[in-house]
Design a binder for this molecule. Structure first.
Ligand SMILES: Nc1ncnc2c1ncn2[C@@H]1O[C@H](COP(=O)(O)OP(=O)(O)OP(=O)(O)O)[C@@H](O)[C@H]1O
Ligand SMILES: [Mg+2]
Length: 351
């Protein structure tokens, strides 16, 4: 959870300070006023990268040399990020330089719900794996170790394949890859089961027409299901040598939902798709709190796109019950805003 957020020279914002509520923070303002830039700043603070640009130079206010984002985590731990066009990115956590970005990500479990999140279903398996692994990173202490190790070994095996090394030299990596890959697979399967349990409760509240729906998850491990990973790697070594990379493994895993036995990407409306993605993120947040006693941060950009007033209210009502600090942007507010919502209005980069 964040408090005392300050932004300096970021996009169209010269200087902005706000004291966010622990629950729902609703940021309103006209197009181009700076709403998404505030979300971008929070994203930067938690993850060290923007969701809008690869080059942080674009985030620095025109005519300036650097931008800054400063806040406190749980009202006590100071965290600050500065990007200078000449000297690059610096992050300080608790008044000391940050060693690894994962240290910060661990303290600030953050999920972004972009305005186009209904496109979730059109994204490739990589995106779905990332979503699943985000949850594991926050609830399963050994996951990060296995995931990092898996990636390293996979790179080494792929590099051996590219160099057309002999079969026995390539297979040197297989037992290590299989060890971490099987662990990741076990965690993913368990996580998906839990995710489904939470999702089944949340989604019908956001989207009442699915009150009596049946939900199932299909999971593909990334290698033939009747084989252990090591055996799968052995059996496809010649194909891998021809391709020059390792095709099977948990980097090829994928998962999808079925709602009433149907594929939601084929039958859901855009609004339903958005609510679906929101329910997934909310389910992840519930699990993170349940297992790790950590409140998540949820950035919801443009709540009004694709959602009618009733569904927006469903989302706000659900958020009010969740262990989540949310930052939500919208251009317009219709209806009455409850006491549980802290309202901020931005006008040309000023709150
Ligand atoms: N590096 C920069 N320096 C100054 N201004 C910038 C910079 N980059 C973008 N801007 C401007 O900052 C403003 C804020 O953009 P932002 O995307 O935050 O607006 P928004 O309130 O989310 O609008 P919308 O409702 O259209 O999504 C825009 O007018 C944009 O053109
Ligand atoms: Mg915006």
């Amino acid at each position: 959870m964040l408090s005392q957020l300050t932004l300096l020279n970021l996009r169209n914002i010269s200087e902005l300070s706000l004291q966010p509520a622990m629950g729902i923070n609703l940021i309103t303002g006209d197009n181009g006023s700076g709403k998404t830039s505030i979300l971008e700043a929070i994203h930067l603070l938690a993850l060290g990268r923007s969701f809008r640009t690869r080059s942080l130079k674009n985030v620095v206010q025109f005519d300036q040399q650097q931008f800054q984002v400063v806040a406190k985590i749980k009202a006590e731990t100071p965290v600050g990020l500065q990007f200078n066009i000449n000297t690059g990115l610096q992050i300080r956590l608790n008044n000391a330089p940050l060693k690894k970005l994962s240290e910060l990500a661990m303290q600030l479990p953050l999920q972004l719900i972009p305005a186009n999140c209904h496109q979730f279903f059109e994204q490739g398996p990589r995106y779905r794996r990332q979503l699943l692994d985000w949850g594991l990173f926050h609830v399963e202490p050994s996951f990060n170790y296995h995931w990092q190790s898996y990636r390293k070994v996979l790179q080494q095996r792929n590099s051996a394949l590219r160099q057309r090394k002999k079969v026995d030299e390539i297979q040197l990596w297989d037992s290590h890859l299989a060890l971490h890959g099987e662990a990741i697979n076990t965690h993913r399967k368990k996580q998906l089961g839990l995710l489904l349990e939470h999702f089944e409760q949340v989604f019908p509240r956001l989207c009442p027409e699915f009150r009596d729906g049946s939900f199932t998850i299909k999971y593909r491990t990334g290698w033939p299901k009747d084989l252990l990973l090591e055996a799968a790697l052995h059996s496809t070594i010649e194909r891998d040598r021809q391709l020059g990379y390792t095709r099977s493994g948990c980097h090829a895993a994928d998962w999808s939902f079925r709602v009433n036995e149907l594929d939601p990407s084929e039958v859901f409306s855009r609004g339903q798709q958005k609510l679906f993605f929101l329910a997934l993120c909310m389910a992840q947040a519930k699990m993170t709190e349940f297992v790790n006693h950590q409140n998540s941060i949820l950035l919801l950009d443009d709540i009004s796109s694709e959602l009618d007033q009733d569904r927006q209210n469903n989302v706000l009502n659900e958020l009010a019950t969740l262990p989540v600090q949310s930052f939500i942007t919208t251009t317009e507010i219709e209806g009455k805003i409850g006491d549980e919502i802290e309202l901020f209005h931005v006008k040309q980069g000023v709150i």
